[in-house]
Unconditional design. Sequence first.
Length: 382
Amino acid sequence: MRVFIDGTPLFRQRTGVGQYTMHLVEALFRVDEDHRYTIFSFALLGRGAKRRPIPETPRVAYRFMRYMHLKVFNAIVRKLTAPPIDLMLGSRPDLFFFPDFVRFPLPLGSRAIAVVHDLSFVLHPEHVADRNRKYLTRYVPRTIDKCQHIVTPSENSKKEIVEFYGTDPDRISVVSPALDHTFFYPRADTEIEAVSKKYGITKPYVLYTGTLEPRKNIKSILAAYAQLPPEVRDSFSMVLAGGKGWLDREIKDQLEALRHLDIITTGYVPDEDLPALYSGAALFVYPSLYEGFGMPPLEAMACNTPVIVADNSSLPEVVGDAGILVDAHDSAALGLHMEKVLGDPALADELRRKGLERAKLHTWENSARRLLDIINEVGARP
């Protein structure tokens, strides 16, 4: 089959959707020896067309639309209508794969698979920027209706799509994110010490990684840390590792009110520092209010760090019995669990052991094989 892949997420600064797309597609090309793939994107007048996030091979090619800038295309989509992408490309492949929520019109008749990562834009609109919320609210229902199959990263997201849109569950498959285990693994003390020094960490620490925004529930992390007994706070720093996010004014105010405590904000942390940062943490906390999947707890477990996560959305799927679940809105309970893990080495060791075992189950090759099965099934339909 000829399969066209929307490569736009690969050319942006790669956050969650971009990382998922990159790793999944790379693994797909490794496990599939039959189909031919074309990654398409925009490069006005050829600018940027030399970039190849994934190397070309005899079965992997690139196609750039050189007569329109991506920003112009996005403006048309947001303000007017979604243009027919197959006519713009001048091609009718057997299958299109859209990894970023939205399927564009295909009047030439190709089949399509799209990834709908979560339904935060309708279930938790307060945590989604207005422009993005309107865009997804408009186009995701059309995508679900028009695609031959939908992929989503968790059973929870699948359940939400079925319940909210009335979609046939047989039209939805779960292809979960995974880990590069050659990258996320327990690091040596020398690496941990170097990264700790880089970020001004001088004693054992509790860690959160991710954007500092309301959906990640930073206020509960800070409230839980503040209520720890003084002797525990004196022994452990609280490290918030991530860049500033959307609507972070309250977080800034809370940090200012707690400036007398040992709270370290690192700002954006490059990928290469994350494994050592996870490996050095005494505990990882992630009481997010909603996640389509939630990669940071999985990354932490792979680096031999005990985890506490919220008991909502997909997070129980991610950690299973390898982590502690807590009500995201109960900062007192979060604080008590933090105190318990930090004060009980046997419990922490048990969580580490279970976490390492669970993380090993998540490989990109396994996820890519699930996607390939879907490609084969959808592509074979009459």
